[in-house]
Design a protein around this ligand. Structure first.
Ligand code: HEC
Length: 152
């Protein structure tokens, strides 16, 4: 009796482990699928889901290269980002942008465009000088953009 209980237990363990393996494998492929479908959330969805204080923490990573807090601060390695949401690309006269960004100067930094840029700057503007691999987590990008929207 005792022996068969132990046996049953190990069968349960094997089932649990394989279920975990299956679900662990299916998650990343789901993420890749939604990325390749170019999923771009609606602005309202984003604002509802976003956490501005988490976004502020994430923005510390941008602060190494960007001024964020005031419009009149000069650029660092990258241009000043104060008020960037809703502004045109390559808008700062005090910064030497790459041709990749200069040729997009009529385009607006909408929430959707920032969402794409932050996922992969090089894919958004091939040849850009922003040496940043991109924020993989969509929620991180939403939180960060929500914070950037407060900088005005
Ligand atoms: C290692 C330095 C570096 C980091 C880190 C970095 N950037 Fe940049 N960023 C740049 C540079 C350089 C440019 C100018 C790119 C060009 O001219 O092609 C730029 C350009 C930009 C622009 C375009 C601004 C405009 O005026 O059109 C935005 C928006 C931007 N960065 C946002 C961010 C955000 C948000 C983060 C944080 C997740 C970040 N960057 C992190 C260096 C950086």
């Amino acid at each position: 009796m005792k022996k068969s209980l132990i046996k049953n237990n190990s069968i349960v363990k094997i089932i649990v482990v394989s279920l975990c393996l299956i679900s662990c494998q299916s998650n990343p492929s789901k993420e890749v699928a939604s990325e390749t479908n170019n999923y771009v959330p609606e602005k309202n969805d984003m604002l509802q889901a976003a956490d501005i204080s988490v976004g502020q923490t994430i923005s510390l990573r941008c602060g190494a290269c960007h001024s964020l807090s005031k419009a009149d601060e000069p650029g660092k390695i990258g241009p000043n980002l104060f008020g960037i949401v809703g502004a045109k690309h390559a808008r700062r006269a005090d910064y030497a942008y790459s041709d990749a960004l200069k040729q997009l100067k009529d385009r607006t930094w909408t929430v959707d465009n920032l969402y794409k840029w932050l996922r992969d700057p090089e894919a958004y503007a091939p040849g850009t000088l922003m040496p940043y691999a991109g924020l993989m987590d969509p929620q991180d990008r939403l939180d960060l953009i929500a914070y950037l929207m407060t900088l005005k």
